[in-house]
Design a protein around this ligand. Structure first.
Ligand code: SF4
Length: 453
């Protein structure tokens, strides 16, 4: 098996010897763009997925398909969430006009820049950290979901925000921006498999069952930012709160000041990792499986629970393993391993540090030249950090390239279509959160802001 060290050496060698088979990005870095699969013969310039120039394999051959081809198929599409079950009512994207799907990369680039210049400050482009570089380069703001929602809130002069992220993020930006401002998701099929693992119907059923066993207000509901507006609203109207991966501990402390028990949606790993760090034993964290009576638990386990964990997860972060950490340490003695708290508890425990995307970025900023860092989070972000810090050796713990399936749906063709539609006076793919849901979600979000230390 090829070692991580060999792969990194291979990246440097490939970078120096870019051939016709490997299209280099304009920035000098170790990232190249994979040549596209067969149907791209008509448009060989298309670059659908970013791969490191290492000979690394990707997790899914479908990643070399164009997003608009994937949009026609059921499911989340290729990438980390390919095996996750998608809700039947998940939004679908209407086909893009051929002008965009047949355009060259240079044409898309020109159209995006011209439209952006025409729209000026009236329209702001928000790019998530996990988004591909071909999109991030156009973003006015780059950040995590909450930072981007705050960017939307902080720019009342903008008429529209083009949110290059996923559905729940656009919802949050809509909740926090003014009713006159439009929040647009360039591809409606860019959902989030983790957020989809908790539907409002399942959460209401869970609450009813918990109330029957534990009485009124059976727990303080806490939802991770990565959830639908309907679930944020559920938390708002039931004395609950939203958290991010940066403030999950502060939020749980807030919740325990108000109740003896928490029910945590939808990411079991963030909930478990945060509660463990607070000294809560795993035996007091039953897992709620939404398809089973009492979530698959007995009444006693629920009565004894401190944190009831929803059975959701991020398929990107679930891929990281303790074996990957052991391998990195064997090949790079002295490596610092940092992972996101959406990773399983065993991975978080084996790492040297864990925290939000912002924490990971800070750790890298504070590293000394020559340091080696192995990072357990989404590949686009890790690769970008690697480019930004040539004085460090930074690599993703997972040697298989497996991006977030849904972030992948935002391709420059969708961005060009969105911006040109705005120039033409149309507002495509507007994400709206309606009356009560918006109001109650805002309550849960404002509780979180107030709980911030
Ligand atoms: S990385 Fe995971 S949590 Fe984030 S959008 Fe993708 S599937 Fe959802």
């Amino acid at each position: 098996m090829t070692s991580v060290a060999e792969l990194i050496r291979g990246a440097v060698a490939s970078e120096n010897a870019a051939s016709e088979d490997v299209l280099e990005r304009s920035a000098p870095d170790s990232i190249v763009l994979e040549r596209v699969a067969p149907d791209s013969a008509k448009a060989p310039h298309r670059r659908p997925i970013v791969l490191r120039a290492t000979g690394l394999s990707s997790c899914d051959s479908g990643l070399s398909s164009d997003p608009w081809a994937i949009d026609r198929a059921p499911g989340y599409g290729p990438g980390a969430s390919v095996a996750d079950e998608i809700p039947g009512d998940a939004p679908r994207q209407a086909p893009l006009p051929a002008r965009y799907t047949e355009a060259s990369e240079e044409e898309l680039d020109r159209w995006i820049l011209e439209a952006k210049a025409t729209l000026g400050d009236r329209v702001r482009i928000l790019g998530h950290f996990y988004q591909r570089d071909e999109i991030v380069k156009y973003a006015d703001f780059v950040g995590d979901s909450f930072m981007l929602a705050q960017a939307a809130k902080g720019h009342p002069e903008a008429e529209a925000f083009v949110f290059c992220g996923v559905h729940f993020m656009a919802e949050t930006a809509d909740i926090l921006s003014t009713p006159e401002q439009a929040v647009i998701l360039p591809n409606l099929a860019a959902g989030c498999s983790m957020a989809d693992m908790a539907t409002i119907e399942q959460v209401e059923d869970c609450w009813r069952e918990l109330t029957a066993v534990l009485g009124p207000q059976p727990a303080i509901p806490v939802t991770y930012m990565n959830s639908s507006a309907a679930i944020k609203a559920f938390c708002g109207r039931n004395g609950g709160i939203v958290c991010t991966s940066s403030n999950a501990r502060t939020v749980l402390e807030w919740a325990f000041e108000r109740g003896e028990r928490v029910v945590f949606f939808p990411d079991q790993h963030l909930g478990r990792n945060t509660a463990k760090a607070m000294g809560i034993g795993e035996e007091r964290m039953p897992l709620w499986r939404p398809h089973l009576p009492l979530g698959g638990n007995d009444e006693r386990a629920l009565r004894d629970a401190k944190v009831i964990l929803w059975n959701g997860f991020c398929s990107v972060h679930k891929r990281f393993t303790v074996e990957q950490i052991d391998r990195a340490r064997a090949e790079f003695p002295g490596v610092r391993v940092i992972v996101h708290p959406e990773c399983p508890a065993a991975v978080v425990e084996a790492a040297d540090g864990n925290g939000s995307t912002e924490y990971i970025r800070r750790q890298i900023e504070e590293a000394s030249p020559g340091d080696v860092l192995a990072v357990g989070t989404e590949i686009n972000l890790v690769n970008r950090l690697q480019q930004q810090h040539p004085e460090l050796t930074i690599f993703c713990l997972d040697p298989v390239v497996c991006p977030c399936s849904t972030m992948y749906r935002i391709h420059p063709a969708y961005l060009a279509w969105t911006l040109e539609s705005l120039v033409a006076g149309e507002t495509p793919n507007r994400i709206r959160v309606s009356g009560d849901v918006a109001t109650e979600s805002r309550v849960a979000l404002e509780r979180m802001l107030a709980a911030k230390p």
